[in-house]
Design a protein around this ligand. Structure first.
Ligand SMILES: Cc1cc2nc3c(=O)[nH]c(=O)nc-3n(C[C@H](O)[C@H](O)[C@H](O)COP(=O)(O)OP(=O)(O)OC[C@H]3O[C@@H](n4cnc5c(N)ncnc54)[C@H](O)[C@@H]3O)c2cc1C
Length: 381
């Protein structure tokens, strides 16, 4: 395992930095955050630089790179200041549909992903079914050769922008819930779908929504993967999602660290730079240790996946550790900035509000103990 960046990876990171700097995004992101607006102009700059195509097979017009390269590129974007939940490389959605989707689903989903558009919002969470996914109550009922979806999904990321919903629903035929779920992919503009925006504390640039589904008519060909295997497919989705979203944890922590260390070198109190005080240095040292640990875990998990090894345990460990470690790094960065860190003009305040969700979404840090803990014991027996 050697994580020295290859020449291709270095070139990709360099082109990302150039595109980011050329587009002059920092003030733009500040305005989008303040106005709760999706950063279209920034996405366009990344599309021009070819970033969304990374990881999409060549036959669909993409550029084939491994998962390790994709997480490195995403991490770098977040380290530069890219807002979370708005990244343009849809590795999870692409992997989902390439693994389980039919040819037509692959073509439409990859076509959106290539253009930097989030192809679908994933619908598993429901008001009564959060961590307990098996409690999902949305139904898929077969009638006259069609399938009708009824239910209420919640916390749907970008449901206002994504062209499709990847919806997990129960048929009610099998008593065992784990064998009763199926996944359906259908357009968000189908009759019977309505959405309602949630007002949240961070990630202002990316909307989060309730999705109501009333007799949404689907074709049997809208099924993704196998009937009755939706729960298993969702668990596979989580392994990739939990890995790729952790590039945000590493990158956002690096972003906050860089800014705080620079500030510590410049800000003077008691006639000296605050960085000369050991209490500040202790924070900087501990922040750096966490960043290096997070980075190693992220790269190792992606490498294992690229080399055909299971990441079911690693992705849970990674998500739990980096969610907490990144929050602690960003919180310490804010502390080093003092009062300035607490005002919205300072980027660290945005990182502090936005990163917090990674301890909750795609499986909470408590549920990561649940998933990895059982598996670790089994591994030892
Ligand atoms: C901004 C945002 C975006 C999201 N995007 C999406 C999306 O696009 N699609 C989607 O489907 N969902 C999405 N989610 C939902 C997210 O995945 C859920 O919020 C998460 O799975 C937790 O579910 P919950 O909120 O219902 O919390 P609950 O499951 O109600 O948990 C509440 C608390 O209880 C703890 N808890 C629960 N069970 C146990 C247990 N067995 N042992 C110990 N502690 C436990 C939890 O860890 C948590 O601390 C998003 C959430 C947010 C905030």
């Amino acid at each position: 395992m050697d994580f020295k960046k290859t020449e291709e990876q270095e070139l990709l990171l360099e082109s990302l930095r150039t595109a980011y700097q050329r587009a002059n995004l920092e003030e733009y992101f500040k305005a989008c955050d303040r106005d709760h607006v999706f950063p279209e102009k920034a996405v366009a700059a990344m599309v021009d630089a070819g970033i969304p195509s990374l990881g999409i097979p060549e036959e669909y017009g993409g550029t084939e790179v491994d998962l390790l390269t994709q997480v490195m590129v995403a991490e770098e974007a977040y380290a530069l200041g890219w807002p979370s939940l708005c990244w343009v490389n849809y590795s999870t959605e692409v992997d989902d549909i390439l693994t389980f989707g039919n040819k037509q689903q692959q073509e439409s989903v990859l076509n959106y992903a290539l253009r930097g558009i989030k192809p679908f919002t994933l619908g598993f969470t429901e008001p009564q079914a959060g961590s307990d996914s098996a409690a999902m109550a949305t139904t898929a009922t077969k009638r006259d050769g069609k399938v009708y979806i009824n239910g209420n999904k919640t916390f749907n990321t970008s449901a206002d922008r994504a062209p499709y919903l990847l919806c997990v629903a129960r048929s009610g035929i099998n008593e065992n819930p784990y064998k009763d779920f199926s996944m359906y992919l259908f357009p968000m503009d189908r009759p019977g779908i309505s959405i309602e925006k949630l007002d949240k504390i961070g990630n202002n640039m990316c909307g989060t929504f309730e999705v109501y589904l009333k007799d949404v008519e689907c074709d049997p060909s809208d099924l993704v993967g196998e009937e009755g295997k939706g729960f298993y497919q969702l668990m596979k989705n989580f392994e990739i999602e939990r890995t790729t979203i952790c590039s945000a944890n590493v990158g956002m922590a690096r972003c906050a660290y860089d800014e705080a260390v620079r500030y510590a070198g410049q800000r003077e109190q008691f006639g000296k730079p605050i960085g000369s005080f050991q209490l500040i240095q202790e924070k900087i040292v501990d922040m750096r240790i966490k960043i290096e640990n997070m980075q190693n875990m992220l790269y190792r998990t992606a490498w294992k996946r690229d080399n055909g090894q299971s990441i079911s345990i690693d992705s849970s460990l990674l998500k739990r550790y980096t969610g907490q470690a990144a929050f602690s790094v960003i919180d310490d960065a804010l502390q080093i900035m003092g009062g300035i860190g607490y005002v919205n003009d300072c980027r660290i305040s945005r990182l502090w509000r936005d990163q917090r969700v990674y301890r909750i979404m795609a499986g909470t840090e408590e549920i990561m103990v649940h998933t990895a803990g059982r598996a670790l014991l089994k591994e030892a027996l």
